[in-house]
Ligand binder design. Structure first.
Ligand code: CU
Length: 137
C-alpha cells in the first residue's frame, strides 16, 4: 500500500513541475535599436529582433514561439523557471509586438530582452539578449 502510494507520487511530481518550453537551438533575441551606448532623446523607440524562433501572442501555445519582455534597468530574473513578473521594470508584449516607445527619465538606462513562452516563462535554455545601456538626454 505504502509503496503503491510512493509510486503514484513519483509519477505525479514531474507532471506537476512547470516544464519549460524548449527554445530552438541557436535562437537569438536582440535589440535592433537603439544601439548599445547610444545617446537618445526621449521618448525612445525600442525595436526588438528575434532570430531562429517566432512570435506568438501570450496564451497561445505554439512550438518554437514566444513573446518579448523588455526589462528596464534590471537583470534577468534569477529563477528562470517562474513566469516573468509584470511590473514597471518588466514590460510584457503579449500581443506579439516587436517594438515599443518608452518615456524614460533623463540619464543612463539599461535595456534587456527576454523571450517568454505562452505562460510568460523563459524557454529552456532561456533566450535572453545582451544588456545594452543608453543615455537619455
Ligand atoms: Cu509575458
Amino acid at each position: 500500500m505504502k509503496s503503491a502510494l510512493l509510486c503514484t507520487l513519483a509519477l505525479l511530481v514531474p507532471a506537476l513541475g512547470m516544464a519549460r518550453e524548449p527554445s530552438t537551438a541557436g535562437a537569438e533575441v536582440y535589440i535592433v535599436s537603439p544601439q548599445d551606448g547610444a545617446k537618445v532623446k526621449g521618448p525612445v523607440t525600442i525595436v526588438f529582433g528575434l532570430k531562429g524562433m517566432g512570435i506568438a501572442p501570450a496564451g497561445i501555445k505554439f512550438d518554437g514561439t514566444g513573446h518579448h519582455h523588455l526589462l528596464v534597468d534590471s537583470d534577468a530574473p534569477a529563477d528562470l523557471a517562474l513566469p516573468l513578473p509584470a511590473n514597471e521594470k518588466t514590460v510584457h508584449f503579449g500581443k506579439g509586438q516587436t517594438q515599443t516607445t518608452l518615456t524614460l527619465a533623463p540619464g543612463r538606462h539599461t535595456l534587456l530582452l527576454v523571450l517568454g513562452d505562452y505562460l510568460h516563462i523563459p524557454h529552456d535554455p532561456a533566450v535572453i539578449s545582451k544588456k545594452i545601456t543608453i543615455v537619455v538626454e
